[in-house]
Design a protein around this ligand. Structure first.
Ligand code: C2E
Ligand code: CA
Ligand code: CA
Length: 564
């Protein structure tokens, strides 16, 4: 038996916190066959028991109204204690009002009093324990396997903590990458390329030794470092070069760094790493320059002074933005069936050429223009669905992306309804992708806004699921119809040991919530087969097709209709 199965099979400990002896006994009686049960009569006693207990408590069943320290107070105390904050709590209550309050304090689920349905209680306890443990396993992929540095998502999370813990220091975000690293792989082989990446990571560790800072490999040859201010950033590149200089067979590499100075907590950390990267990108063709400091004013000038960016209306009118479609296939049958698509925007700029959404979306989120662009994309998409209906006689659902900012628009629901109505579509044909991190940031608003959209018939897909931000209690309660699993799980499939098991877990989490699982980023057959085997319902990825323009997409639709 592997360790994981072993863990699964051992008896878990559950702590019941209840002041009424009758209730305590009843719960003990229900749980004792399957769990070790500890008891406490109020919050204070519970804290004492938890701190004295030298095993792991898998779950707390918590009454709210208790003397000395009540349930809410205990939840606050748990959250403030790093050793205890990850224990899931189910609240015992007869009062629906209390549920909202308890949710806000981190409760994962509720069990109504009186306890007249033991099976329901056991099922809930089991589900939440499994869920929490699965989630923890997933969290374990904090590190990049190749270099041992953090992986991207966790890096950004830990950056928040680092910044919060070191408010007194000036922290800078640095990006490091290698010019045309692809060539190293092509000329010297991938194994050698990996060696170079490990050496770069070692160089970065050298820089960080004895200093406040952390680092990650974001993807391929792109590294980020958040660290206390250095007098001279050449030191970073020098340290790295020292590690790679004596590597046999490696020609001269051109390393490039971008720096964003004085990171603060006013924006998400990813914004700063993007800014550092775009600074270094802006000197891409300048070999004399290895380090570029982000200069907000300069960037803004470069981007906003483009006459057409300043004038979004003009850019929209000139149709510089194009909506592309990437197909999604159902794979739960014998062979893949074209079933939906994701609308992805492209920008073909008259002077700058093709600009990737990875670059301009965050820019527009910054300056608030994103809502205008998104509305345009939704309109174009709805019009496209109508055209397919007219030309092919099919009702083909397509998902569009929502930015966090869209969700703050009080007129969002009306806007969506207007767009579908104008094109004679039922709401259900437009699927809305809302990224997991949006859910995590403003729980109550999300519950309300997304709930309303869903109530009106729009189908909600939680995008980038598993990227590590949302808390479990929210996941259980969020109004969603499908989970779209973050690409990193597919990327880890063939790399990381246990990558397959982890994907399976995420898929089973989706299924345990009664939701289909979509997997994106499937690039090759090997991944496809594993994804299928893991029980995913829908896939999207380069293996099937990249996002293509409307003309190419209608051909895909025709072909798929023919082959039916
Ligand atoms: P996303 O919503 O996670 O979209 C999926 C991204 O993964 C797309 O990148 C898609 O082209 C890419 N992709 C699909 N299959 C594969 C694959 O097999 N391998 C790899 N490596 N990548 C794959 P894209 O089009 O560059 O979009 C990037 C992000 O920009 C999107 O991520 C989304 O967050 C945002 N975005 C795109 N269009 C819109 C839009 O209309 N509105 C908003 N608000 N955001 C958008
Ligand atoms: Ca998406
Ligand atoms: Ca995604």
């Amino acid at each position: 038996m592997n360790t994981e199965a072993l863990i699964r099979s051992s008896r878990r400990t559950v702590l019941v916190v209840e002041d009424e002896a009758v209730n305590r006994e009843m719960l003990g009686f229900i749980l004792q066959d399957q769990y070790e049960v500890l008891f406490a009569g109020n919050g204070r006693e519970a804290l004492e028991r938890l701190r004295a207990f030298d095993g792991t408590v898998a779950m707390i069943l918590l009454d709210i109204n208790m003397p000395v320290m009540n349930g809410y107070e205990l939840m606050d105390a748990l959250r403030a204690d790093a050793a205890l904050s990850s224990i899931p709590v189910i609240v015992l209550t007869s009062d629906r009002e209390a549920e909202v309050e308890a949710l806000g304090r981190g409760a994962m689920d509720f069990i109504p009093k009186p306890y007249d349905m033991p099976q329901v209680i056991l099922a809930r306890v089991r589900r939440i324990i499994e869920f929490t443990e699965d989630r923890r396993l997933i969290k374990d992929i904090e590190h990049d396997e190749l270099t041992g540095l953090y992986s991207r998502n966790f890096f950004h999370e830990y950056c928040e903590t680092l910044a919060a813990d070191h408010r007194d220091r000036e922290l800078d975000m640095i990006s490091v990458d290698v010019d045309r690293f692809r060539l190293v792989n092509e000329i010297n082989g991938k194994a050698f390329g990996d060696q170079v990446l490990r050496a770069i990571a070692d160089g970065i560790r050298d820089v960080l030794a004895g200093r406040v800072g952390i680092a990650c490999r974001s993807d391929a040859d792109l590294f980020f470092i958040l660290m206390e201010r250095l007098p001279d950033y050449n030191e970073v590149l020098r340290r790295i070069r020292r590690r790679i200089d004596d590597m046999e067979g490696l020609g001269s590499l051109h390393l490039r760094a971008g720096v964003y100075q004085r990171v603060d907590q006013s924006r998400p950390m990813e914004w700063f790493s993007n800014a550092a990267k775009s600074a270094s990108g802006s000197s891409r063709n300048n070999y004399a320059k290895s380090i570029t400091i982000y200069d907000g004013a300069l960037m803004e000038k470069a981007l906003y002074n483009q006459p057409l960016i300043g004038d979004m209306d003009e850019a929209l009118r000139q149709k510089q933005f194009k909506v592309f479609f990437q197909p999604k296939y159902r794979i739960d049958g014998e062979k893949p069936v074209l079933y939906s698509a994701e609308a992805l925007v492209r920008w073909v700029h008259p002077e700058l050429g093709f600009i990737s959404p990875g670059v301009f979306i965050s820019l527009f989120e910054e300056n608030g223009l994103i809502t205008r662009l998104d509305t345009y994309v939704w309109q174009e998409t709805a019009a496209q669905i109508r055209r397919w209906r007219e030309e092919l006689g099919i009702d083909f659902p397509v998902s569009v992306n929502l930015s966090r900012q869209d969700l703050f628009d009080p007129g969002l629901l009306q806007k969506m309804q207007r767009i579908t109505a104008e094109n004679g579509l039922p709401a259900g044909k437009l699927h809305l992708e809302v990224t997991e991190s949006a859910y995590a940031q403003d729980v109550e608003l999300m519950l309300q806004v997304v709930g309303e959209l869903r109530g009106a018939g729009f189908r909600i897909e939680m995008d980038d699921f598993g990227s590590g931000y949302s808390s479990l209690n929210m996941l259980c309660l969020m109004p969603v119809d499908m989970l779209k699993i973050d690409m990193k799980f597919v990327q880890n499939l063939l790399k990381a040991d246990g990558g397959y098991r982890i994907l399976q877990l995420v898929v089973s989490m989706a299924h345990s919530m009664g939701l289909p699982a979509i997997v994106e980023g499937v690039e090759n057959q090997a991944q496809y087969e594993l994804v299928r085997q893991a029980g995913c319902d829908v896939v999207q990825g380069y293996y099937f097709s990249r996002a293509v323009d409307a003309d190419a997409f209608i051909r895909m639709l025709r072909d798929s209709l023919k082959s039916e």
